[in-house]
Each structure stands twice: as structure tokens, then as C-alpha cells.
Design a protein around this ligand. Structure first.
Ligand SMILES: Cc1cc2nc3c(=O)[nH]c(=O)nc-3n(C[C@H](O)[C@H](O)[C@H](O)COP(=O)(O)OP(=O)(O)OC[C@H]3O[C@@H](n4cnc5c(N)ncnc54)[C@H](O)[C@@H]3O)c2cc1C
Length: 306
């Protein structure tokens, strides 16, 4: 068994880092597990975060966040949690890849894994013409030629948003699954619908230049938005009995203190649901860190009275 902590945080993105800062400043011992290069923010370019002018890369923001946390005494282990369980003596056991930790409170900030196309060069071109988030990146494509790939309302709303920004918008779909009202809006929007079509190939070395469809059509593009929805990595939470949203089981349910239904387990960031934005992740991380800190202090006070 490795060291014992007041709080272990699963996730090294903005939610986990902000939670760590606030918990550590409440004089709790804190360990953060996770890898910054797996944070959604890592390859993003951020220009909509309050009090931060210009565009910053996610990588520089995350590296700054880690240094800030270290300054407050937070420990880091760049490994994934592979097992979580409720300890018989109270608190939680967290198994990382190389060792196991015990803690009084747990904060889940593991984000969501976005579904991709699984095509060659897709990962290398993320942030270089390929995006999974229209709300985040649309403004980088003013006057550009872009395409959205997807079948659902997220893809259609994405295409409609881009129509007000880009010069040319394609919606590539294998078959739309949307309401008749939204289909009417789409049909009169000027978005060019290519259906039923799949994307066969991504072209471009340092940036996306074009895509090739399954019928051989080549589209010269500045941007491709993949809007297939997002799926949460929920196994660890489900194993602990944490309540998930009842419809799709993709998000953790929390109250206004970011507390879950299991005492001592808190959650923050994308794993708690839309909108997937850094500002929301940071805000929820702050609340989760403070709540987990108060929870640990309360247990310590009660133990001291005995
Ligand atoms: C291309 C792109 C562009 C974006 N642009 C913007 C933008 O312009 N503005 C904006 O506000 N937002 C933007 N976002 C969204 C933003 O990045 C996310 O909302 C934010 O990163 C969510 O933070 P998070 O901490 O909840 O999750 P993440 O940042 O995704 O972090 C999740 C962390 O959990 C860790 N983890 C996962 N599983 C485990 C495990 N089993 N054990 C331990 N750790 C684990 C990962 O290693 C990672 O460190 C963008 C996202 C993408 C993908």
C-alpha cells in the first residue's frame, strides 16, 4: 500500500487541477492521478477563458496548473487509476498502475473520451484542422471551408453554427437522425448535405488539407468537425455505486456541492455533463475541492472528539 492521503483526485485536467489547488489550500494532503496529455485540453487552443487575453495552448495552461498545484504541496502520479473500492475501515482504496493508495475523500474528474472516426492521421491532426467541438473551435474558421461529420442533432446544430462563421459548410452523414423541424431548418440553411457518405481518408501532413469520401469525392477543407457525441469512461464510478444519469449512463450526477450519492465521493468537469468547457470544469473543480476539504476536516474533528 502506498501513502495515505486526505484526498485523491482522478484526473489531471482543469477540473482535477483546480480541485487540487482548493483542497490543498484547505490544508488537506492531496494526490492527483492522471496524464495531462490525455486531457481534452491538451491539444486545444483556448481564447474564451475569462481574464486570459489572446489564445493559449491547452498544453501551456495544464503545465502552468501543475506547477501552481505543486506550489501548494499537491503530489502527482502520472498513472491511471485502474481500481477503486470502498475501504472496510472507511474511506477509499485507489489502485494506480504501480501502487495502491488510501484516502478519506475521492474526486472524480476523468473527463469524457470523445468518439473519433478511427482514421489514419486523425489523432495527429486534432487541433490542426480536426476538432470534436464546434462550440469551442468554430471561431478559428472565419471565412473558411469546413465540414461536419455526424448523424444527430449535435452535428446539425454544429453545421448551423458554422454557417454563420465559415464561407462553405458541408454536413457529411450516413443518415440523419433528427426531428422534422430541425431538418426543415437545415434544408433552408445553405449547408450542403452529403448523404449517405462516409469519410474514407484524411489528407494533410502538418494541417488538414482535404478529405476523401467513400464515393471518391475529394473536398478541399480547412476544418473538419467530428460530432459523434461523447462517451464517459464510467467504469470506476459505477463500481463504487456512484449514481449516473439515468438516460444514457454517460455522466455522474452531483448536487450543488459537487457531491455524488456516495458520501466522500465528489465529481467535477466534463464527467458531470455538458457544456464541455474549461470554465465549467474549473468552476466545478473549485467547488469539489472545497467540499472534499470540508468533508475531511469534519471527519477529523469528529475523530478528535472521540
Ligand atoms: C479540440 C478541443 C478544443 C477545445 N476547445 C475549448 C475551448 O476553446 N474552450 C473551452 O472552454 N473548452 C474547450 N475544450 C473543452 C475542454 O478541453 C474541456 O471541457 C476540459 O478539458 C474538461 O476538463 P476536465 O478536467 O473535466 O477533463 P479533461 O481535461 O479531459 O481531463 C481528464 C483527465 O482525466 C484523466 N483520467 C482519465 N481516466 C483516468 C483514470 N482512470 N485515472 C486517472 N485519471 C484519469 C486523464 O488522464 C486527464 O488528465 C476543447 C476540447 C477539445 C477536445
Amino acid at each position: 500500500m502506498g501513502k495515505e492521503y486526505d484526498i485523491v483526485i482522478l484526473g489531471c485536467g482543469p477540473a482535477g487541477l483546480q480541485a487540487a489547488m482548493h483542497a490543498a489550500r484547505k490544508r488537506c494532503s492531496v494526490l492527483v492521478l492522471g496524464r495531462i496529455e490525455r486531457s481534452s485540453l491538451y491539444k486545444a487552443h483556448i481564447e474564451n477563458y475569462c481574464c486570459m487575453e489572446g489564445v493559449k495552448t491547452g498544453k501551456e495552461l495544464l503545465e502552468a496548473g501543475i506547477n501552481q498545484c505543486k506550489g501548494f504541496g499537491v503530489d502527482f502520479l502520472h498513472e491511471d487509476a485502474v481500481k477503486t473500492e470502498i475501504a472496510e475501515s472507511g474511506g477509499f482504496i485507489v489502485g494506480a498502475e504501480s501502487t495502491t493508495f488510501k484516502c478519506t475523500a475521492l474526486i472524480m474528474a476523468t473527463g469524457v473520451s470523445r468518439k473519433g472516426l478511427g482514421l489514419k492521421r486523425e489523432k495527429e491532426l486534432v487541433g490542426k484542422g480536426i476538432s470534436y467541438c464546434v462550440d469551442c473551435d468554430a471561431n478559428f474558421y472565419k471565412g473558411a471551408r469546413v465540414a461536419v461529420f455526424g448523424n444527430g442533432s449535435a452535428a446539425v446544430h454544429g453545421a448551423l453554427t458554422l454557417k454563420n462563421i465559415a464561407s462553405k459548410v458541408y454536413l457529411i452523414t450516413t443518415g440523419l437522425e433528427i426531428s422534422p423541424g430541425l431538418k426543415d431548418t437545415l434544408d433552408s440553411s445553405g449547408v450542403e448535405i452529403l448523404c449517405p457518405r462516409k469519410i474514407k481518408e484524411l489528407v494533410g501532413q502538418d494541417r488538414l488539407q482535404a478529405i476523401v469520401l467513400d464515393d471518391g469525392t475529394r473536398l478541399e477543407l480547412d476544418g473538419l468537425f467530428i460530432e459523434l457525441g461523447a462517451k464517459g469512461a464510467m467504469e470506476l464510478a459505477a463500481f463504487l455505486g456512484v449514481e449516473l444519469d439515468p438516460e444514457r449512463f454517460t455522466h455522474i450526477v452531483t448536487d450543488k456541492d459537487q457531491a455524488t450519492n456516495i458520501p466522500g465521493i465528489f465529481a467535477a468537469g466534463d464527467i458531470c455533463g455538458l457544456p464541455y468547457q474549461m470554465a465549467k470544469a474549473v468552476g466545478e473543480g473549485c467547488i469539489a475541492g472545497l467540499s472534499a476539504g470540508s468533508y475531511c476536516q469534519k471527519l477529523k474533528r469528529e475523530a478528535a472528539k472521540k
